[in-house]
Design a protein around this ligand. Sequence first.
Ligand code: HEC
Length: 122
Amino acid sequence: MLPGESWQAMMASLDNHFGDNAELDPQVASEIGDFLNRHAAGPDQGGYSARLWRSTRKVALASRITDTDYFRGKHHEITTAMVTENPDIGSFSRCDACHADAAQGAFDEHQVSIPGYGRWDD
Ligand code: HEC
């Protein structure tokens, strides 16, 4: 959901990964970097990937999916009580807390369930 240049910049600065040192063994970093390059958001990819890619074109370098206009637009109805103040979630970066199939890249808005609130019916 981020463009290749965002992932490359992130992998090149793992010593300061949002304030944490996330440095990896070079072999592991290389495998993850290859994966990210293969699956980065782009204009030719369908669905969420292309929409997120377009929404990152307005900023110099997007480093957080949650800061993109596309992400904000999709999540603007969700209150802080449901996320940051929710002991079962804590942060929007826990995609899988509400999107059970996030690991498979599935984010269908009809399949969302927010812990403590139940199914999202909008
Ligand atoms: C607190 C629960 C919650 C978390 C955490 C969350 N989402 Fe969502 N997401 C939702 C809800 C609810 C919707 C549906 C909003 C609507 O359209 O009414 C949604 C919609 C989406 C959609 C659009 C789906 C569609 O069918 O149009 C995408 C893509 C998405 N989320 C990606 C993510 C990603 C990526 C993350 C993690 C970085 C994330 N979400 C974290 C609750 C969450």
